[in-house]
Design a protein around this ligand. Structure first.
Ligand code: DSN
Length: 437
């Protein structure tokens, strides 16, 4: 048995894995970008496919750029079975999102964005991205990230009053600066993203839209959020957030960019693909094509609305007035708490969240005025509206009693009761615990 071997050969690493499995079960995971993948995904991740070098692709291209799966384009022998699983991953990704082309090799969302930018633009070109403190992402042009170092990045933001994207202002800015790429997408924006509006602006100024749907990919795949696929030239996403697969990413694009995207991913940005992760992505896409997955995504959104309404009813101000998606941003300024203090206090009560800047935040990102909450992980556990109300009340109890250890202990007991009713990785935990020294 694999677990038994690991426990024997490397008890320290076994212990870290055992404890993390128990932590995931015993805490309320509200980090909007996290989720719990299935045992089937974990099985693919832990497979011998990790052993295989497979630089290149499971297909070749003719002179016109047409893909031919009958002849692979690998630089190593022995690729016939990883070709099988990578081809399945590509086909499922295309089917799930209705895309012309999919590259399933990027190791992470930032690397996917890197390949997209370098395939479509040259260093020094102007790129637009959403300001990090308005809900954007590091890889959308932050100065400390490659994107901000290699490109002339201009950030757009949300309207100060509505805290929603200001497409009129974006058009004005784009008309003035003529960006090569406009990155649409966010990691802390609770409202609907209108990719058609982004595309209208791109068409007006001759830019290319790169849509980063990492956060909302599962909701998009389920048809519950507008898809960028009919509009954006290139779409990137991670596979481990609402999509609930392994940690990693993919790039989708219109046929005309397929060759450039593939070349920039490998050999441009990466070497050997992680074939075990690609197989796990394929499993995740198969799961995401099911009706159960659509129901799961619906429940994520219901749960987010109920949690948002509960907090709002308890006097918390929600950025942009609420949520249309899986996440919400809570402005804590009227409670005189910083995001950092809230994150720490909730952590002591076994409720895991992350501090987050709010638009026009007076605090630095390390402190932040808000917290970001998301429902994908708890929805995977089977929690529904009644649990969301209860969790909203528990969050309020902690945040209204910062520093009160007695309250933290009481909330801990309530969290324990909740998590025991919605067990996570139960069989796996039982095996690990039976092997613990
Ligand atoms: N760091 C991720 C998030 O938490 O949103 C995005 O990559």
């Amino acid at each position: 048995m694999e677990e038994e071997l690991l426990a024997k050969i490397d008890p320290e690493i076994f212990e870290a894995i055992r404890k993390e499995t128990n932590r995931e079960h015993s805490t309320l995971e509200l980090i909007a970008s996290e989720n719990f993948c299935s045992e089937a995904v974990l099985a693919a991740l832990g497979s011998v496919l990790t052993n295989k070098y497979a630089e290149g692709y499971p297909f070749s291209r003719d002179k016109q750029g047409n893909i031919n799966f009958a002849k692979d384009g690998r630089y190593y022998g022995g690729c016939e079975f990883v070709n099988m699983s990578e081809r399945i991953a590509i086909e499922r990704a295309k089917k799930l999102f209705g895309a012309d082309h999919a590259n399933v090799q990027p190791h992470s969302g930032t690397q996917a964005n890197m390949a997209a930018y370098f395939a479509l633009a040259n260093p020094g070109d102007t790129i637009f991205g959403l300001n990090l403190s308005h809900g954007g992402h590091l890889s959308h042009g932050h100065p400390v990230n490659f994107s901000g170092k290699y490109f002339n990045v201009i950030h757009y933001g949300v309207d100060q009053k509505t805290e929603m994207l200001d497409y009129g202002e974006l058009l004005k800015m784009a008309t003035e600066h003529k960006p090569k790429i406009i990155v649409s997408g966010a990691s802390a924006y609770p409202r609907t993203l209108y990719f058609d509006k982004f595309q209208e602006i791109c068409d007006e100024v001759g830019a290319v839209q790169v849509a980063d749907i990492a956060h909302i990919a599962g909701i998009v795949a389920a048809g519950l959020h507008p898809s960028p696929v009919p509009y954006a030239d290139v779409i990137t996403t991670t596979t481990h957030k609402t999509l609930r697969g392994p940690r990693g990413a993919i790039i989708m694009c219109k046929a005309k960019h397929a060759e450039a995207i593939d070349k920039m991913t490998f050999p441009g940005m990466q070497g050997g693909p992680l074939e075990h992760v690609i197989a796990a992505k394929a499993v995740c896409f198969q799961e995401a094509l099911s009706d159960d997955f659509k129901q799961y995504q619906k429940q994520i959104i219901y749960n987010a609305k109920v949690l948002a309404d509960t907090l709002s009813g308890l006097g918390y101000r929600l950025v942009a007035g609420g949520t249309d998606t899986h996440l919400m941003l809570v402005d804590l300024r009227n409670k005189n708490i910083t995001g950092r203090d809230a994150e720490r206090a909730l952590g002591k009560s076994n409720i895991t969240v992350n501090r987050n800047t709010i638009p026009f935040d007076p605090q630095k990102p390390f402190i932040a005025s808000g917290i970001r909450l998301g429902t994908p992980a708890l929805t995977t556990r089977g929690m529904k509206e009644p649990e969301m109300k209860k969790i909203g009340q528990l969050i309020d109890k902690v945040l209204s009693n910062i520093g009160n250890e007695k309250v933290y202990t009481e909330v801990n007991a309530a969290v324990k009761e909740l998590v025991e009713s919605f067990p996570l990785y139960a069989e796996r935990r039982a095996i690990y615990d039976s092997l613990a020294k």
